[in-house]
Design a protein around this ligand. Sequence first.
Ligand SMILES: *Cc1c(COP(=O)(O)O)cnc(C)c1O
Length: 394
Amino acid sequence: MTKSNKTKPEIARRIRELPEYLFAGIDRKKAEALAKGVVLIDLSIGDPDQPTPSNIIRAMKLAVEDPANHGYPPYEGTNSFREAVATWYKTRFGIELDPVKEVLVLTGSKEGIAHIPMSFLNPGDLSLVPDPGYPVYNVGTRLAGGGSYYLPLSRENGFLPDLEKIPARAAKRAKLLFLNYPNNPTAAVAGKEFFGEAVKFAEKYRILICHDAAYSEVYYDDYLPPSFLEVEGAKEVGVEFHSLSKTFNMTGWRIGFVVGNAEAISALGKLKTNIDSGLFSAVQVAGIEALNGDRTVMEKIRAVYQERREVLVKGLKEAGLEIDPPKATFYLWIKVPSGYTSVGFVEHLLEAGGIVCTPGSGFGLAGEGYIRMALTKDKDRLNEAVARIKKIGF
Ligand SMILES: *Cc1c(COP(=O)(O)O)cnc(C)c1O
Protein backbone atom coordinates (compact mmCIF):
# COMPACT_ATOMS: atom_id res chain seq x y z
CA MET A 1 0.00 0.00 0.00
CA THR A 2 2.68 2.47 1.02
CA LYS A 3 4.82 1.32 -1.92
CA SER A 4 2.21 2.31 -4.50
CA ASN A 5 2.09 5.85 -3.15
CA LYS A 6 5.50 6.96 -4.38
CA THR A 7 5.27 10.57 -3.17
CA LYS A 8 5.01 9.66 0.51
CA PRO A 9 7.80 8.39 2.75
CA GLU A 10 7.32 4.78 3.72
CA ILE A 11 6.71 4.48 7.44
CA ALA A 12 8.22 1.61 9.40
CA ARG A 13 5.99 -1.25 10.49
CA ARG A 14 6.81 -0.62 14.17
CA ILE A 15 5.16 2.78 13.89
CA ARG A 16 2.30 1.78 11.60
CA GLU A 17 1.38 -1.07 13.90
CA LEU A 18 1.37 1.02 17.08
CA PRO A 19 -2.06 1.48 18.61
CA GLU A 20 -3.25 5.07 18.47
CA TYR A 21 -2.31 6.81 21.72
CA LEU A 22 -5.36 6.47 23.94
CA PHE A 23 -6.25 10.12 24.24
CA ALA A 24 -5.95 10.93 20.56
CA GLY A 25 -9.32 9.22 19.90
CA ILE A 26 -10.98 10.98 22.81
CA ASP A 27 -9.65 14.34 21.64
CA ARG A 28 -11.33 13.78 18.29
CA LYS A 29 -14.70 12.98 19.90
CA LYS A 30 -14.38 16.05 22.12
CA ALA A 31 -13.71 18.21 19.07
CA GLU A 32 -16.86 16.89 17.42
CA ALA A 33 -18.98 17.76 20.48
CA LEU A 34 -17.38 21.21 20.74
CA ALA A 35 -18.15 21.85 17.08
CA LYS A 36 -21.81 21.20 17.92
CA GLY A 37 -21.63 23.90 20.58
CA VAL A 38 -21.72 21.62 23.66
CA VAL A 39 -20.16 23.13 26.82
CA LEU A 40 -17.90 20.32 27.94
CA ILE A 41 -16.78 19.26 31.41
CA ASP A 42 -13.62 17.34 30.69
CA LEU A 43 -12.77 14.74 33.32
CA SER A 44 -10.83 12.53 30.94
CA ILE A 45 -7.18 13.47 31.32
CA GLY A 46 -4.83 13.18 34.27
CA ASP A 47 -3.29 16.61 33.88
CA PRO A 48 -3.54 18.77 37.02
CA ASP A 49 -5.52 21.99 36.50
CA GLN A 50 -3.66 23.93 39.24
CA PRO A 51 -0.48 25.95 38.55
CA THR A 52 2.98 24.84 39.65
CA PRO A 53 3.64 26.15 43.20
CA SER A 54 5.33 29.56 43.25
CA ASN A 55 8.43 28.50 45.21
CA ILE A 56 9.27 26.08 42.38
CA ILE A 57 8.74 28.72 39.71
CA ARG A 58 10.99 31.15 41.62
CA ALA A 59 13.76 28.56 41.86
CA MET A 60 13.49 27.98 38.12
CA LYS A 61 13.65 31.69 37.28
CA LEU A 62 16.91 32.11 39.17
CA ALA A 63 18.36 28.93 37.70
CA VAL A 64 17.54 30.00 34.13
CA GLU A 65 19.60 33.16 34.57
CA ASP A 66 22.65 31.26 35.78
CA PRO A 67 25.07 30.52 32.90
CA ALA A 68 26.27 27.46 34.82
CA ASN A 69 23.00 25.85 33.75
CA HIS A 70 23.23 26.68 30.05
CA GLY A 71 25.51 23.92 28.83
CA TYR A 72 24.88 20.22 28.36
CA PRO A 73 23.82 18.77 31.68
CA PRO A 74 25.41 15.60 33.08
CA TYR A 75 23.73 12.55 31.49
CA GLU A 76 22.57 10.91 34.69
CA GLY A 77 21.32 14.10 36.30
CA THR A 78 23.14 16.77 38.28
CA ASN A 79 24.78 15.59 41.49
CA SER A 80 22.66 17.99 43.49
CA PHE A 81 19.40 16.70 41.99
CA ARG A 82 20.34 13.08 42.59
CA GLU A 83 21.34 13.92 46.16
CA ALA A 84 18.00 15.68 46.63
CA VAL A 85 16.22 12.53 45.44
CA ALA A 86 18.18 10.43 47.93
CA THR A 87 17.34 12.86 50.75
CA TRP A 88 13.66 12.88 49.81
CA TYR A 89 13.58 9.07 49.69
CA LYS A 90 15.17 8.79 53.08
CA THR A 91 12.70 11.27 54.59
CA ARG A 92 9.61 9.92 52.87
CA PHE A 93 10.24 6.16 52.84
CA GLY A 94 13.18 5.61 55.19
CA ILE A 95 15.22 4.12 52.35
CA GLU A 96 18.90 4.80 51.72
CA LEU A 97 19.89 5.34 48.10
CA ASP A 98 23.32 5.86 46.59
CA PRO A 99 22.76 9.08 44.63
CA VAL A 100 25.42 8.15 42.07
CA LYS A 101 24.59 4.51 41.35
CA GLU A 102 20.94 4.21 42.30
CA VAL A 103 19.34 7.40 40.99
CA LEU A 104 18.83 8.56 37.39
CA VAL A 105 16.98 11.68 36.24
CA LEU A 106 14.38 11.23 33.48
CA THR A 107 12.68 13.57 31.03
CA GLY A 108 9.43 12.73 32.80
CA SER A 109 8.88 9.20 34.03
CA LYS A 110 7.08 8.27 30.80
CA GLU A 111 10.39 8.63 28.98
CA GLY A 112 12.14 6.14 31.28
CA ILE A 113 9.22 3.71 31.23
CA ALA A 114 9.12 3.79 27.43
CA HIS A 115 12.88 3.26 27.15
CA ILE A 116 13.59 0.61 29.77
CA PRO A 117 12.36 -2.32 27.64
CA MET A 118 15.07 -1.46 25.11
CA SER A 119 17.67 -2.07 27.79
CA PHE A 120 16.28 -5.45 28.86
CA LEU A 121 14.34 -7.11 26.05
CA ASN A 122 15.69 -9.05 23.12
CA PRO A 123 13.30 -9.56 20.22
CA GLY A 124 10.69 -12.13 21.23
CA ASP A 125 11.06 -11.54 24.98
CA LEU A 126 8.02 -10.62 27.05
CA SER A 127 6.98 -7.93 29.50
CA LEU A 128 4.29 -8.74 32.04
CA VAL A 129 1.87 -5.85 31.78
CA PRO A 130 -1.18 -5.00 33.90
CA ASP A 131 -4.55 -4.83 32.14
CA PRO A 132 -6.05 -2.26 32.49
CA GLY A 133 -2.87 -0.18 32.61
CA TYR A 134 -0.91 2.86 31.53
CA PRO A 135 -0.45 2.28 27.77
CA VAL A 136 3.29 3.03 27.74
CA TYR A 137 4.27 -0.34 29.31
CA ASN A 138 3.00 -2.17 26.23
CA VAL A 139 4.13 0.41 23.70
CA GLY A 140 7.69 0.56 25.06
CA THR A 141 7.80 -3.23 25.02
CA ARG A 142 6.68 -3.41 21.40
CA LEU A 143 9.09 -0.73 20.25
CA ALA A 144 11.86 -2.86 21.76
CA GLY A 145 10.73 -5.84 19.67
CA GLY A 146 9.10 -7.65 22.59
CA GLY A 147 5.56 -8.73 23.36
CA SER A 148 3.21 -8.03 26.26
CA TYR A 149 1.72 -10.79 28.39
CA TYR A 150 -1.27 -9.19 30.07
CA LEU A 151 -2.12 -9.59 33.74
CA PRO A 152 -5.83 -8.95 34.24
CA LEU A 153 -6.74 -6.78 37.23
CA SER A 154 -10.17 -7.35 38.71
CA ARG A 155 -12.17 -5.90 41.56
CA GLU A 156 -12.28 -9.34 43.27
CA ASN A 157 -8.47 -9.27 43.55
CA GLY A 158 -8.35 -5.65 44.66
CA PHE A 159 -6.97 -4.84 41.18
CA LEU A 160 -3.72 -6.66 42.01
CA PRO A 161 -2.40 -9.16 39.45
CA ASP A 162 -2.58 -12.82 40.44
CA LEU A 163 1.08 -13.73 39.94
CA GLU A 164 0.46 -17.42 40.61
CA LYS A 165 -1.81 -17.60 37.58
CA ILE A 166 0.98 -16.60 35.20
CA PRO A 167 1.93 -19.75 33.26
CA ALA A 168 5.57 -20.78 33.77
CA ARG A 169 6.23 -20.66 30.01
CA ALA A 170 5.26 -16.95 29.96
CA ALA A 171 7.14 -16.17 33.17
CA LYS A 172 10.28 -17.81 31.74
CA ARG A 173 10.18 -15.64 28.62
CA ALA A 174 9.52 -12.47 30.62
CA LYS A 175 12.25 -9.96 31.38
CA LEU A 176 10.17 -7.19 32.94
CA LEU A 177 7.16 -6.99 35.24
CA PHE A 178 5.38 -3.64 35.26
CA LEU A 179 3.45 -2.69 38.39
CA ASN A 180 1.80 0.63 39.23
CA TYR A 181 0.47 1.47 42.69
CA PRO A 182 -1.33 3.68 43.56
CA ASN A 183 -2.82 2.61 40.25
CA ASN A 184 -3.88 4.42 37.14
CA PRO A 185 -6.65 3.84 36.04
CA THR A 186 -8.24 1.77 38.85
CA ALA A 187 -7.06 3.94 41.81
CA ALA A 188 -6.21 0.70 43.65
CA VAL A 189 -3.37 0.57 46.17
CA ALA A 190 -0.93 -2.21 47.01
CA GLY A 191 0.56 -3.09 50.37
CA LYS A 192 3.99 -4.41 51.24
CA GLU A 193 2.62 -7.95 51.37
CA PHE A 194 1.83 -7.85 47.65
CA PHE A 195 5.17 -6.23 46.84
CA GLY A 196 6.86 -9.02 48.80
CA GLU A 197 5.11 -11.65 46.66
CA ALA A 198 6.22 -9.80 43.55
CA VAL A 199 9.84 -9.82 44.74
CA LYS A 200 9.72 -13.62 45.26
CA PHE A 201 8.21 -14.07 41.82
CA ALA A 202 10.91 -11.88 40.26
CA GLU A 203 13.67 -13.79 42.06
CA LYS A 204 12.31 -17.12 40.85
CA TYR A 205 12.17 -16.12 37.18
CA ARG A 206 14.97 -13.50 37.11
CA ILE A 207 12.63 -10.72 36.11
CA LEU A 208 13.22 -7.00 36.66
CA ILE A 209 10.28 -5.33 38.40
CA CYS A 210 9.50 -1.83 37.15
CA HIS A 211 7.27 -0.17 39.69
CA ASP A 212 5.63 3.01 38.45
CA ALA A 213 4.96 5.18 41.51
CA ALA A 214 3.69 8.29 39.71
CA TYR A 215 0.90 8.70 42.30
CA SER A 216 2.81 7.90 45.50
CA GLU A 217 2.16 11.43 46.82
CA VAL A 218 -1.49 11.77 45.85
CA TYR A 219 -3.22 10.07 48.79
CA TYR A 220 -6.10 10.66 51.21
CA ASP A 221 -7.07 10.45 54.87
CA ASP A 222 -4.56 8.42 56.87
CA TYR A 223 -3.41 6.20 53.97
CA LEU A 224 0.30 6.54 53.10
CA PRO A 225 1.44 4.62 49.99
CA PRO A 226 4.61 2.57 50.58
CA SER A 227 7.55 2.48 48.20
CA PHE A 228 8.09 -0.85 46.47
CA LEU A 229 11.70 -0.59 47.65
CA GLU A 230 10.58 -0.84 51.27
CA VAL A 231 10.23 -4.62 51.03
CA GLU A 232 13.21 -6.86 51.59
CA GLY A 233 15.09 -7.85 48.45
CA ALA A 234 13.31 -5.28 46.27
CA LYS A 235 16.45 -3.39 45.34
CA GLU A 236 18.02 -6.63 44.07
CA VAL A 237 15.22 -7.19 41.57
CA GLY A 238 13.59 -3.88 40.85
CA VAL A 239 13.47 -0.19 40.14
CA GLU A 240 10.88 2.44 40.98
CA PHE A 241 9.83 5.26 38.66
CA HIS A 242 8.76 8.59 40.13
CA SER A 243 7.32 11.64 38.54
CA LEU A 244 7.19 15.24 39.69
CA SER A 245 4.28 15.81 37.31
CA LYS A 246 1.29 14.80 39.39
CA THR A 247 2.79 15.52 42.82
CA PHE A 248 3.73 19.15 42.11
CA ASN A 249 1.49 20.16 39.18
CA MET A 250 4.53 19.99 36.90
CA THR A 251 3.36 17.90 33.95
CA GLY A 252 4.71 20.44 31.45
CA TRP A 253 8.18 20.64 32.99
CA ARG A 254 9.13 17.05 32.09
CA ILE A 255 11.04 15.81 35.07
CA GLY A 256 10.97 12.45 36.79
CA PHE A 257 13.46 9.93 38.07
CA VAL A 258 14.09 6.24 38.54
CA VAL A 259 15.74 4.66 41.58
CA GLY A 260 16.73 1.21 42.73
CA ASN A 261 18.83 -1.61 41.31
CA ALA A 262 22.22 -0.21 40.30
CA GLU A 263 22.74 -2.53 37.29
CA ALA A 264 19.30 -1.68 35.92
CA ILE A 265 19.85 2.04 36.44
CA SER A 266 23.17 1.77 34.66
CA ALA A 267 21.69 -0.20 31.72
CA LEU A 268 18.95 2.39 31.24
CA GLY A 269 21.49 5.18 31.66
CA LYS A 270 23.71 3.65 28.97
CA LEU A 271 20.79 3.64 26.54
CA LYS A 272 19.86 7.21 27.38
CA THR A 273 23.39 8.57 26.92
CA ASN A 274 23.03 7.43 23.31
CA ILE A 275 19.65 9.06 22.79
CA ASP A 276 19.27 12.23 24.82
CA SER A 277 21.87 14.49 26.35
CA GLY A 278 20.41 14.92 29.79
CA LEU A 279 17.76 17.16 31.26
CA PHE A 280 18.07 21.00 31.39
CA SER A 281 19.92 21.66 34.65
CA ALA A 282 17.62 24.57 35.56
CA VAL A 283 14.64 22.20 35.60
CA GLN A 284 16.61 19.98 37.96
CA VAL A 285 17.15 22.98 40.27
CA ALA A 286 13.38 23.47 40.27
CA GLY A 287 13.02 19.75 41.01
CA ILE A 288 15.24 20.08 44.08
CA GLU A 289 13.02 22.87 45.39
CA ALA A 290 9.94 20.74 44.72
CA LEU A 291 11.27 17.69 46.56
CA ASN A 292 12.94 19.31 49.53
CA GLY A 293 11.62 22.89 49.66
CA ASP A 294 8.35 23.96 51.25
CA ARG A 295 6.62 20.74 52.30
CA THR A 296 3.24 22.36 52.89
CA VAL A 297 2.93 22.62 49.10
CA MET A 298 2.18 18.93 48.72
CA GLU A 299 -0.31 19.01 51.57
CA LYS A 300 -2.20 21.86 49.94
CA ILE A 301 -2.37 19.99 46.64
CA ARG A 302 -3.66 16.86 48.40
CA ALA A 303 -6.29 18.89 50.28
CA VAL A 304 -7.66 20.19 46.98
CA TYR A 305 -8.08 16.67 45.57
CA GLN A 306 -9.48 15.38 48.84
CA GLU A 307 -12.28 17.95 48.78
CA ARG A 308 -13.04 17.18 45.14
CA ARG A 309 -13.08 13.47 45.87
CA GLU A 310 -15.77 14.00 48.56
CA VAL A 311 -17.89 16.05 46.17
CA LEU A 312 -17.70 13.67 43.22
CA VAL A 313 -17.94 10.36 45.11
CA LYS A 314 -20.97 11.54 47.07
CA GLY A 315 -22.67 13.02 44.00
CA LEU A 316 -22.11 10.00 41.78
CA LYS A 317 -23.40 7.66 44.48
CA GLU A 318 -26.52 9.80 44.81
CA ALA A 319 -26.88 9.55 41.04
CA GLY A 320 -26.88 5.76 41.45
CA LEU A 321 -23.41 4.85 40.23
CA GLU A 322 -21.28 2.17 41.88
CA ILE A 323 -17.93 3.38 43.13
CA ASP A 324 -15.27 2.63 45.75
CA PRO A 325 -13.80 5.91 47.11
CA PRO A 326 -10.12 5.93 46.18
CA LYS A 327 -7.43 5.89 48.90
CA ALA A 328 -4.98 7.49 46.48
CA THR A 329 -4.60 8.97 42.94
CA PHE A 330 -6.87 11.62 41.49
CA TYR A 331 -9.02 9.11 39.63
CA LEU A 332 -12.39 7.54 40.23
CA TRP A 333 -12.90 4.09 38.71
CA ILE A 334 -16.59 3.73 38.20
CA LYS A 335 -18.61 0.67 37.28
CA VAL A 336 -20.80 1.31 34.24
CA PRO A 337 -24.53 0.78 34.80
CA SER A 338 -25.99 -2.42 33.38
CA GLY A 339 -26.92 -2.24 29.73
CA TYR A 340 -23.88 -0.16 28.80
CA THR A 341 -20.39 -0.95 27.57
CA SER A 342 -17.53 1.31 28.71
CA VAL A 343 -17.48 3.15 25.39
CA GLY A 344 -21.29 3.26 25.26
CA PHE A 345 -21.49 4.91 28.67
CA VAL A 346 -18.73 7.40 27.85
CA GLU A 347 -20.60 8.32 24.66
CA HIS A 348 -23.86 8.70 26.59
CA LEU A 349 -22.25 11.07 29.12
CA LEU A 350 -20.56 13.04 26.34
CA GLU A 351 -23.48 13.30 23.93
CA ALA A 352 -26.30 13.79 26.46
CA GLY A 353 -24.39 15.60 29.23
CA GLY A 354 -21.27 17.12 27.70
CA ILE A 355 -19.13 15.23 30.24
CA VAL A 356 -15.88 13.74 28.98
CA CYS A 357 -14.58 10.58 30.70
CA THR A 358 -12.25 7.79 29.66
CA PRO A 359 -13.62 4.34 28.82
CA GLY A 360 -11.99 1.66 30.98
CA SER A 361 -11.60 -0.48 27.87
CA GLY A 362 -9.16 2.11 26.50
CA PHE A 363 -6.67 0.87 29.12
CA GLY A 364 -7.04 -2.77 28.11
CA LEU A 365 -9.67 -5.47 27.65
CA ALA A 366 -10.03 -6.07 31.40
CA GLY A 367 -11.00 -2.41 31.84
CA GLU A 368 -14.29 -3.12 30.09
CA GLY A 369 -17.22 -2.40 32.39
CA TYR A 370 -15.64 0.71 33.94
CA ILE A 371 -15.05 4.35 33.18
CA ARG A 372 -12.43 6.66 34.67
CA MET A 373 -13.03 10.20 35.87
CA ALA A 374 -10.18 12.50 36.92
CA LEU A 375 -10.47 15.01 39.77
CA THR A 376 -8.70 17.63 37.68
CA LYS A 377 -11.54 20.18 37.60
CA ASP A 378 -12.67 22.47 40.42
CA LYS A 379 -15.46 21.71 42.87
CA ASP A 380 -18.05 23.80 41.05
CA ARG A 381 -17.43 21.98 37.78
CA LEU A 382 -17.66 18.64 39.55
CA ASN A 383 -20.96 19.66 41.16
CA GLU A 384 -22.17 20.73 37.73
CA ALA A 385 -21.12 17.34 36.31
CA VAL A 386 -23.08 15.56 39.05
CA ALA A 387 -26.14 17.73 38.38
CA ARG A 388 -25.95 16.93 34.67
CA ILE A 389 -25.68 13.18 35.30
CA LYS A 390 -28.66 13.26 37.65
CA LYS A 391 -30.62 15.12 34.99
CA ILE A 392 -29.79 12.92 31.99
CA GLY A 393 -29.94 9.64 33.91
CA PHE A 394 -28.79 6.36 32.42
C1 LIG B 1 1.14 10.50 34.37
C2 LIG B 1 1.71 9.15 34.48
C3 LIG B 1 3.06 8.90 34.20
C4 LIG B 1 3.98 9.87 33.50
O1 LIG B 1 4.32 10.98 34.11
P1 LIG B 1 5.46 11.94 33.54
O2 LIG B 1 4.78 13.24 33.33
O3 LIG B 1 6.01 11.38 32.28
O4 LIG B 1 6.47 11.96 34.63
C5 LIG B 1 3.57 7.63 34.41
N1 LIG B 1 2.79 6.65 34.87
C6 LIG B 1 1.49 6.84 35.13
C7 LIG B 1 0.68 5.70 35.61
C8 LIG B 1 0.90 8.08 34.93
O5 LIG B 1 -0.41 8.24 35.14
